[in-house]
Write a protein that binds this ligand. Structure first.
Ligand SMILES: O=P(O)(O)OP(=O)(O)OP(=O)(O)OC[C@H]1O[C@@H](n2cnc3c(O)ncnc32)[C@H](O)[C@@H]1O
Ligand SMILES: [Mg+2]
Length: 198
């Protein structure tokens, strides 16, 4: 029985979300800070799944415990799905404020009802023996014209969820973790997880 999982992300916002979800299952979460092995992974895949696999496999080879990686992003309908797999560095650097500003400027003049978008997450878990589990989650919402809220990370202040009447950045971590694309991907993952995890 495995009891530890390495979450292979350099994004603290993601790490905090995954930690909460897995610790509720009694699984010990390790982060990249707990290992010495700093592997530089180039996310040059053509899909969320390819990128998540590159990240999970990059660490699973050397670590000897199961590794989970997520590749995620914001797909805006009016922008033909951009920024998509380029979400982290849409404005050039890994800079949330610049990314948000770029999205807002590209959506300038587009009315509310046409600002629909999907947050997508693909999660890949790989064991050292190369076996893997893949799962996906999607959350629909709308891109506001003005950011709202201080919680979360990335595009959260712009992503308005109709059913909650809040942006993701106006939710607590617990609230976001009940509905987010990442939470839904993990829900999907858990359907087959126990058998995989044995
Ligand atoms: O690759 P790792 O190290 O996991 O961290 P990253 O931030 O580079 O992660 P991705 O390559 O998967 O890029 C995902 C980007 O999509 C955005 N994003 C994904 N999930 C999000 C969420 O829940 N809230 C806000 N923005 C999110 C955010 O800009 C992320 O940087
Ligand atoms: Mg990344």
């Amino acid at each position: 029985m495995n009891n530890e999982i390495l979450i292979a992300t350099k994004n603290d916002g993601k790490l905090k979300e995954f930690k909460q979800i897995f610790e509720q299952k009694g699984i010990v979460v390790k982060s990249l800070k707990d290992i010495n092995d700093d592997v530089e992974i180039v996310e040059n895949g053509l899909s969320f799944e390819e990128n998540a696999r590159l990240k999970a496999d990059g660490y699973a080879k050397s670590i000897g415990i199961p590794v989970l990686a997520d590749d995620s992003g914001l797909e805006i309908d009016a922008l033909n799905g951009r920024p998509g797999i380029f979400s982290a560095r849409y404005a050039g650097d890994h800079n949330d404020a610049a990314n948000n500003a770029k999205v807002l400027s590209e959506l300038g003049g587009i009315p509310d009802e046409k600002r629909t978008a999907t947050f997508h997450s693909t999660v890949v878990v790989r064991k050292p023996d190369g076996s893997e589990l893949v799962a996906n989650g999607n959350l629909r919402g709308r891109i506001l014209a003005v950011p709202r809220g201080d919680n979360g990370f990335g595009y959260d202040p712009l992503f308005f969820v109709e059913a909650k009447n809040k942006t993701l950045a106006e939710m607590t971590r617990e609230e976001k973790n009940k509905i987010s694309h990442r939470a839904l991907a993990i829900e999907d993952l858990l359907v087959n997880f126990d058998k995989f995890w044995e």
